[in-house]
Design a protein around this ligand. Structure first.
Ligand code: NAD
Length: 317
């Protein structure tokens, strides 16, 4: 009998999707990868191009350009498809437009018989992850958004750079909306078990003003990159690969994702960025950080902004 293999279906092979496919292939994480895009030529061209790299890959990945029917046997469907904000368009316009696009995509995927895990990266990611959960009817733990995984990575990188310590020894989270109202959890930020506030207090050359500016650079990183090169894609692509590895490898890894809250952090019925344990079943559990008063107030504000943006959209769909 043939061994069952892992299949990832990628919907949307634009900047983010094709970077994800490239990084996935380079890390040899799945045995099968099917590429699907409204722009068939682009997906087909990407499949050809990626296949030509196979002789240099760490393991064999079967890659092809396919259709929604191929999602029926997928373990994971990653969605990076959707429209970008156009000049003159409000955020709400984009939410409505992408929610409608997502209704079509998710209906097609579900009619293929798909019964795996969804991973969503399209913006506004928290709201679109909620949309996928609603449209698919799958259990909440099997619908995951990339949330603040990238913001947390930016935060850890910049902190490592500032303190001149390997970023992998920096443990700190950005939570909340993936967007303007996100917040740093300073009260639980540490370097190798030493809180950042201790580190700053006992060593020369570090101060809170620098750290406040560092967070602003995290929050506004996408604007800074888009100003320079039009889009951001490598960082999020690697974050999506990390999540794919945690899911397919049943790793029980703690990653900041957009997860459905049902009372945690004082919130209900929304998807928002929080640390969570991720494994082969999706989200095993939400990690409940003890926030201080200021952090809790900022988190509540972030959740309210998301709820206010979502409300008119889901009334009309
Ligand atoms: P892009 O325009 O390069 O790619 C979008 C792709 O989606 C295109 O190939 C397009 O043909 C495809 N598409 C559009 N409608 C479709 C449909 N109905 N069915 C199938 N495919 C469809 O955009 P990009 O730069 O790759 O960004 C994609 C999304 O990722 C955006 O929403 C962007 O804001 C988001 N993003 C998220 C993060 C994050 O941290 N979550 C970071 C960067 C970008």
């Amino acid at each position: 009998m043939l061994k069952r293999v892992n299949r990832v279906a990628l919907i949307g092979t634009g900047f983010v999707g094709s970077s994800y496919a490239f990084a996935l292939l380079n890390q040899g994480i799945t045995e099968e990868l099917v590429l699907i895009d409204l722009n068939k030529e682009k997906a087909e061209g990407d499949a050809m191009d990626l296949n030509h790299g196979l002789p240099f890959a760490p393991s064999r990945t079967k890659i092809w350009y396919g259709s929604y029917q191929d999602c029926g046997d997928a373990d994971l469907v990653v969605i990076t498809a959707g429209a970008n904000q156009k000049p003159g368009e409000t955020r709400l316009d984009l939410v409505e437009k992408n929610s409608r696009i997502f209704k079509g995509i998710v209906d097609e995927i579900m009619s293929s018989g798909f019964d795996g895990i969804f991973l969503v990266a399209t913006n506004p990611v928290d709201i679109l992850t909620y949309a996928v959960w609603k449209f698919s009817g799958l259990p909440k733990e099997r619908v995951i958004g990339s949330g603040t995984i990238l913001d947390t990575a930016r935060f850890r990188f910049l902190l490592g750079d500032y303190f001149d310590v390997d970023t992998r020894n920096v443990h700190a989270y950005i939570i909340g909306e993936h967007g303007d109202t996100e917040l740093p959890v300073w009260s639980h930020a540490d370097i190798a078990g030493t809180s950042i506030s201790e580190w700053t207090k006992h060593k020369d050359g570090f101060n809170q003003e620098d750290l406040d500016q560092l967070f602003l650079n995290v929050r506004d990183a996408a604007y800074h990159i888009i100003e320079r090169k039009g889009a951001t894609y490598y960082g999020i692509a690697m974050g999506l690969v990390r999540l794919t590895k945690a899911i397919l490898g049943n790793e029980n890894s703690v990653l900041t994702v957009s997860a459905y809250l049902d009372g945690e952090y004082g919130q209900k019925d929304l998807y928002i960025g929080v640390p969570a344990v991720v494994n082969r079943k999706g989200i095993r559990e939400i990690v409940k950080l003890e926030l201080n008063e200021d952090e809790q107030a900022k988190f509540t504000n972030s959740a309210n902004v998301l709820k206010n943006t979502m409300e008119p959209v889901f009334k009309n769909i």
